[in-house]
Ligand binder design. Sequence first.
Ligand SMILES: O=C([O-])C(=O)C[C@H](O)[C@@H](O)C(=O)[O-]
Length: 316
Amino acid sequence: MAQYTPQELADKLKEGLLSFPVTAFDADLKIDEAAYRTHLAWQSSFDVAGLFAAGGTGEGFSLTPEESARVVRMAVEEAGSRVPVLASAGGSTAQAIQNAKDAEAAGAEGLLLLPPYLTECDQAGLLAHVSAVCSATSIGVIVYNRANAVYSADTVAKLADRHPNFIGFKDALGDIEHLTKVYAKNGDRLFYLGGLPTAETFALPLLQLGMSTYSSAMYNFVPEFALEFYRDVRNQDRVAVNEKLNRFVLPYLDIRDRAKGYGVSIVKGGLKAIGRDAGSVRPPLQDLTEQDVADLSALIDAAGVRPRDAAMAQPA
Ligand SMILES: O=C([O-])C(=O)C[C@H](O)[C@@H](O)C(=O)[O-]
């Protein structure tokens, strides 16, 4: 059962960095429960504000509904006493409602609602979709503004008026005019999180648009660096942020951009590079090549960001 009210959850999430753990797979691409639990224990041993299981970096899009529920349950068991765990919901309205119910039953504190699958959609339909999910659960719901699910400022305001458990707006489009309208209209009624690929890249400018936090995929394998980066962003320390961008984040993007889908694959590559292997990605994603992992490992060392307890580990 959830320990936070939706408002308490929003208040907690907006003041810290957000973890999106990878889902560990074994050699047959089945969920590797032991490796996943080890990863969750490590990720939740640092000072993060929330842990989103089966999100984008957690390859939620490659999990069956049953696997997704299992992953969320493991995350609650392993990390839920230290950090609020959130689940994801997606697909059809009926599927998203089932995900929400499963998540609530598993003890998740909240839900990230992913865009509906494949079809085009507009405001009235999005409003009905999100309303149905919010009405089906009592835990906090965050919408993910991305792909076919682009929520206007008015739609966001209507959802906020109708559903006390609608608490957050996550963005992966980076449309400044749109974000300005959403924030200007909805202000502190919601909290806002950045979710563009490698969210660190945009974190400082987006802070000015109300995004006090973001989903850090790289937190998976360089947690100390990711937390220091977040601290610098919140302190609006432009010099420190630029130094970290140049030292690690921007060269990292060069490796990430070598293939489509590497935004997720590179995170598992990073875990290989630091000796905390969480296995391969599932198709349609593809793993980093050996050369990519070697380059990433060299970058981790050159930038001095290898995690303290993995300093001696070598890439697999
Ligand atoms: O669901 C997810 O994993 C994401 O929101 C995407 C990433 O975490 C993105 O923000 C990133 O790559 O830092």
